[in-house]
Every structure is written in C-alpha cells, then in structure tokens.
Design a protein around this ligand. Structure first.
Ligand code: ATP
Ligand code: MG
Length: 722
C-alpha cells in the first residue's frame, strides 16, 4: 500500500449530524510534500481521497472539489496497488468520464488509467450486458433503442391497437413514453404515476396498460432493449444470487460522481455491485439535484448510510471555483429554499467583480448585449473557450446563435437537439440496425418508409409478406437462420408487393444491403457506410431539403467509423453516448481555434468557466412555466438556477428581455411583458444593474420643477372660447 508522508496533517474529524453548516473553516492546504496525485488537496479532501476503511460518502456544495477529490482517490487507489480494471467509475456524461480519466492519467500511468472501467451507468450496462448477456438470456446481438426510437415504437403500437381512433383524444406517443419511463425509473405503479404526475391521462389508464404490455412484448420480440432495460438488466444481474458474485466480484471499488442525480435503480445497482466486497464511494450535492424528470432522487444521498452501514462521511465547504461576489449571490439564492441543508460555501479567491444584471429591450437586444459582452471580455483576455452562455431550454439560444453567426463568433452547443435525433442520421443508423438485427422492425419501418410511394399502410402489408411483423415467431437458437434472418433473405430476393414508384429505390436498397451482408468480400464498417450512403444519396432528395449538408454529416460518420470494425459496438456506443454536437466528430473546430460554449443548464453540470452569461432570466423561463404549479418542480428550478450561477469563476452576467414578441419571426410588434426571475428578484442588490441602451438605458432624464399644464390649459381654453 501507498504510505503517506509523515508530514501529513491530522485528518479532520467528520462532522456530526447532517451537515456541519457554515462558520467553521476546515484546515486548508496539505503538505507540500504530498505525493503528486494528492498534491494541493485540503485536509478534508485528503481524508476522502485516502479513506481506506469501507464505504465513503462525500456530500458537499458546488465547486468544493468533489470531482477533483474523486479523481485523486482513483489515482490513490492505483498507487496503492488496486488493479485499474477492478475500479469502476460512474459519471453522468461521457465527457465527465473522459475528463476524469485524463486527470487520473496525468498523475498515474496513462496506460493504467485507460484500463479503468469508466463511463455512464448506461454505457457500462451495455458493456457488461454484452459480455454477460447470453448467460442471462439476452440475445447476443441486441440493439439499443434510444429515446426517440422508444417514442416511435409507442407510436406504432398506438396505431396498431387502434387507440388513435377512439374518438377520444389519446395521449401522444411522447407522453406515453414519458409515463412509461417515469413508472419504470421510479419503480412506482402506473396508477400512482398517472395520478401524481400525469393526471390528464387518467382516463386512459386502462389503454396505457394494454399499450405497455404490447410495448414490452414487442421489445423482447424485436430483440431490442430500451434505456431503462439496460439498467433493469444490470440490476437483475447485480442483485440475483446466481450472478451477483461473479459480476460484482470483478470490482474492488465502485465510485459514483453526481450521486444526487441517480435514480432508485441506479442505487440498487451500486448496492448490488458492492455485494462481493467492493467498496462504494459516492459524491454529490443535494443542492444540485436537477434530474427529477428522470426520476433521480436526492434520497439516494441520505439512504447511503442505510445501504452501506458504517459509511464514513466527509463534508467539504471551501469553494475553489468562484469569487466571493459570485458565491455570496449563489448562497443567498439557495437560502430561499427551505429544503436544502444549511450550506454556506466560502471562498478565499477574493471578492472579485460584482455580477451584472442587464435588463434588455427584447430578445434581439439581449443577443446583441451578450455578444458585445463576450467580445469585450475577449478583449480583456478571457478567451472564448473560457466563456459559456447558459440557458434553461435548448431553443433559448436560437436568437443568440443567429447573432453569433452574424459576427462570426464560433461556438459549440451542448444539450440542444442532438445530432442523432436528426432525421437523416436516424435513417443511416436504422440501415445499420437492420443489418445488425433483422428482427428490429422499427428499423425496417424507417428504412422502407424512405422508398418512394411506400407509406405506413404498404409497410404493414409488406412486413408479414416477408415473414416479419406480428406473425413473428420467437427466435430459435442454433445454426438455423432465425425467422427475421429468413425475412431479410426473402427481402433481398425481392419478395413482397411493392408500388411501382418504389422499384428503383427498392432495387438499390436490396443490392446495397446484400453487399453489406456479404461475407465474401466482407466489407468493413466504413465501406458498409459508403455503400449505404449511395442509397441515401438516391432517396434523400425525395424527403429532405439541403441534401448536401446531410450527406456531409454521413461522411463525418463514415470517417469516425472507419477504424471501428465491430458494427454492433459502434451502434451501441453511438446510441448510448451520442455526440452532443456535430463537432464531436471532427474534434474541436481547429487545433488553435477558440470557441464559445452554449449549453443548457442541465448539460453544464459539473463544468466551470471564467465567465458565465446566463440568458433569459425571466420568470416563466427560469423557473420554467411548466414548473410553476408544483412545489417540488419549483424547488428544482431554484436548484437549477443555483447550478447555473455556481458555474462561474470570475464573471457572471445575467440578462433578461423585458418584452417577448408573440411572433418572433415577423415584424408584428405584439408582445408579453416579462419580469425578472422570482429567484433573482430578492437578491437584486448583489448585482450591478444595467439597462441596455435599447431598453432605455440612455433615456433622457430631466429633473424639472415647473408646471407647464396651467399654461397649456390657458392656451386650450382660448381655442374653444375664442
Ligand atoms: P460541482 O459541484 O460543480 O461538480 P465539484 O465539487 O465537483 O463541483 P470540482 O469541479 O472538483 O468541484 O472543483 C472546482 C474547482 O476547484 C476546479 O477548478 C478544481 O480544480 C478546483 N479545486 C478543487 N480543490 C482544490 C484545491 N484543494 N486547491 C485548488 N483548487 C482546487
Ligand atoms: Mg463535480
């Protein structure tokens, strides 16, 4: 084991009770002689990083170094002799995992760091299930449905069950999928979910039952797993006596960042994975729990000691990220909620400049103000990459994006419409999925629908002709082709009755698919994508505008796939950890380029920037209108605001437009008036407040003390009396 130097400061005693509250300040920096991976940690962080006797929970506020401590702990474990491939590090995003593994790699051996099991719960589930799946009764080549596909499948079943035709308005497929996911992730019975969160669909509960049964059955038949299935299967393997020892026995340590945003299934998984003696470490912040809509529950933090008796708890209170001006504001916003633990963060980074609050005339004005400010800061030496614009919802940055384009300010956006959700990318992925898993009827639907003259009715007729669809038999195991494989062969042979307009596309599709499935010569994935692109080139113009930009996206996909040989792995990784922007494919725009980050607050979790610009801080946007009617929802919006504010290191600029035009894209001037966010109104005095010139900042203000009315009245009277 690694030995601490004798100059190590005494560990800080863990605080009693829930939280140590504000006031007392922990001992600061560690010894200068601390070994590389522990260097610079304060006493409490060091205690957490080196804790060696059982479960560990770190509950601490924003910017107190939780993530940094977790990385130091992983490095410490490796230094102490834990084999890296027996360490499992679960993070919220792929980006977070790779940043953390990078950090570990700089203070340990890079090769060792690359052997750590790191990633999101879903990505790790996928990896484990592919390895362990057949033993657990899962089909080897299962494909993963992303959330969009889940909605499509519900849409398909809803039509099949005739539920759209009952004369009553049946809930949309998106709503049905949301109810399903809430029910599964929170492990709450349907009736409770409906009454609690979706009361407007209560009349349809019986139909939902039918639909859910059909959905689950169809998934199994199609050999697809949705996101929730990944977690459920992992949990089953991790907790069943038959498998848990073998699976959990693989790891000595399981560490989870952002534990406040895990759901009950993920908490069960952590517990299961530690059954065979692995030591759990969880870090989180109750004040930053912002994923209730995915059934995350902050209760996981509080029940950690019940699940893991004897758990040691460490609290961190020094914030290393922000100036005091930013932190004081954030602390006060949080204090307005009576549901958080008393947490007073402090910082010794100095007071810094006051956050600014700029009242703008309208959204266009806000965009100009923000773009000006971004460029000003850049002039002052704050690179674009050290600045971020944050907002509550993806479309809140639309107007700003136009302004940035106009001024040629490069940016990347996180958390908006994902690359994979665009139609043409879904098309090519459906082609790959069809090749990978011919039972994936959803993929068939999407691909066949690309053919000229082929609509849902033709597809419903053709699939049974091929031997797919509702007449599917369960799959046989062994050497014989399965029914879906036979359906693919029939399709390639030209079976099915096709409309005349489809002839050309249909022939091309068959030849392209046949090439991709041929064993001699076997095409690698890149070559398969090239071939599939030919089909897309033929059919995209029928369906989309801007075909050349879409084909360019396919080329990017092909470049990335070029080095990957395993189609199924490529597909699963893409589905589970989609690139959040097209730029993800090509890396940063140019090596020495500088670009700005645009991000939803949700996607900014765990990140930090020198300057943060928070847009649309108007009531109705932050908090979102949708959350206004429910107390829990409103509380979460407050935490979201807190997350946004605590991303800033030195500069925090908040803006909101006074007017929201009813029609954004016309010259029509009808508008609503907006008010500052209810969370920021009480702390207005923390800001240096400005009005943009368009909002009246340059208004002529006169201080005249004469009355002119009498004079006017005299003149008027003269008119009618004269
Ligand atoms: P969040 O709650 O937002 O996820 P966090 O608690 O995970 O924040 P980190 O991101 O780990 O905090 O750290 C915040 C910043 O403080 C980082 O820039 C980190 O490098 C710095 N930091 C953390 N601990 C120390 C320390 N002991 N000395 C100097 N800087 C530190
Ligand atoms: Mg963090």
């Amino acid at each position: 084991m690694f030995e601490l130097t004798s100059t190590q400061p005494p560990p800080v005693a863990p605080p009693e009770g829930n939280d140590s509250g504000g006031g007392s300040r922990p001992a600061t920096a560690t010894t200068a002689a601390a070994p590389g991976h522990l260097e610079g940690l304060n006493a409490a962080q060091l205690e957490a990083a080196t804790h060696s006797s059982g479960p560990l929970l770190v509950v601490a506020g924003a910017g107190t170094g939780k993530t940094r401590t977790l990385a130091a702990r992983v490095a410490h474990l490796i230094h102490g002799g834990s084999p890296p491939d027996r360490i499992l590090l679960l993070t919220f995003t792929r980006r977070a995992a790779s940043e953390m593994l990078n950090r570990v790699g700089t203070v340990t051996d890079r090769r060792a760091a690359s052997r750590i099991w790191g990633g999101t719960f879903h990505a790790v589930a996928n990896r484990l299930l592919r390895a362990a799946g057949p033993a657990a009764g899962l089909p080897g080549g299962f494909t993963v449905l992303d959330q969009g596909d889940t909605v499509d499948l519900f849409g398909m079943l809803r039509t099949e069950e005739g539920m759209g035709e009952q004369g009553r308005r049946f809930p949309r497929a998106e709503t049905v999928a949301a109810v399903w996911s809430r029910m599964v992730n929170s492990q709450t019975p349907l009736s409770e979910v409906v009454n609690g969160q979706f009361p407007w669909v209560a009349d349809h509960t019986e139909d939902l039952r039918t639909l859910f049964a059909a959905y689950n059955e169809r998934k199994r038949k199609l050999q697809v797993l949705d996101y929730d299935d990944l977690l459920l299967h992992w949990r089953a393997l991790a907790t069943s006596p038959a498998t848990s020892e073998q699976l959990a026995g693989r790891f000595e340590h399981v560490l989870v960042d952002e534990y406040q945003d895990t759901n009950p299934i993920q908490a069960d998984i952590l517990e299961g994975m530690c059954r065979a003696g692995a030591i759990p470490t969880a870090v989180g912040d109750d004040a930053q729990s912002i994923y209730r809509f995915r059934s995350a529950t902050v209760a996981n933090l509080w029940t950690f000691p019940d699940r893991f008796p004897g758990a040691h708890r460490v609290t961190l209170e020094q914030n290393y990220r922000s100036t005091s001006a930013v932190l004081n504001l954030a602390n006060e916003v949080l204090a307005a909620s009576d549901r958080h633990l008393d947490k007073q963060l402090w910082s010794d980074r100095g007071m810094g400049s006051r956050p600014t609050l700029t009242v703008c005339h309208d959204e266009g004005d806000q965009s100009r103000v923000v773009a000006d400010r971004i460029l000003d800061l850049r002039e002052q030496g704050v690179d674009l990459r050290d600045q971020a614009v944050l907002f509550r919802t993806g479309h809140h940055s639309d107007a700003l994006e136009l302004e940035l384009n106009r001024r040629s300010i490069p940016f990347v956006k996180y958390g908006g419409l994902k690359f994979l959700e665009t139609g043409h990318i879904k098309d090519i992925l459906a082609l790959l999925r069809m090749l990978e898993n011919p039972a994936d009827e959803l993929a068939w639907h999407r691909v066949l629908g690309l053919l000229d003259g082929v609509g849902p009715a033709t597809i419903r007729k053709v699939l049974p002709e091929l031997g797919l669809g509702e007449t599917n038999e369960p799959d046989g195991a062994g050497q014989e082709p399965t029914e879906p494989q036979r359906a693919m062969i029939r399709f390639l042979d030209g079976a099915g009755r096709w409309p005349r307009q489809a002839t050309e596309g249909h022939e091309l599709l068959r030849s392209v698919l046949a090439d991709c499935l041929a064993e001699d010569p076997a095409l690698n994935l890149g070559a398969q994508l090239e071939r599939l692109r030919e089909f897309c080139t033929a059919v995209f113009p029928l369906r989309y505008d801007n075909t050349s930009a879409r084909l360019a996206d396919l080329d990017r996909l092909t470049t990335v796939a070029g080095s990957v040989t395993d189609r199924s792995r490529f597909l699963a990784e893409l589905t589970l950890e989609p690139p959040e922007r097209t730029g993800d494919w090509s890396g940063p725009p140019h090596l020495d380029d500088d670009w700005l980050t645009l991000s939803t607050i949700h996607s900014a979790k765990g990140c930090e920037w020198h300057a943060v610009h928070l847009l649309h801080a108007a009531d109705g946007n932050l908090p979102s209108e949708m959350a206004l009617s429910d107390r829990e929802g409103l509380d979460e919006e407050l935490r979201l605001t807190y997350v946004a504010l605590t991303r800033a290191r030195d500069h925090l600029d908040v803006t909101f437009p006074l007017r929201y035009h009813v029609n954004r894209y016309s010259s029509d001037d009808r508008h609503h008036w907006a008010q500052l966010s209810r969370f920021l109104e009480p702390v207005r005095d923390h800001f240096e407040e400005r009005r943009s010139s368009e909002a009246g900042g340059n208004d002529l203000t006169l201080d005249l003390r004469v009355t002119v009315t009498d004079e006017i009245d005299t003149g008027l009277t003269a008119l009618w009396e004269g």
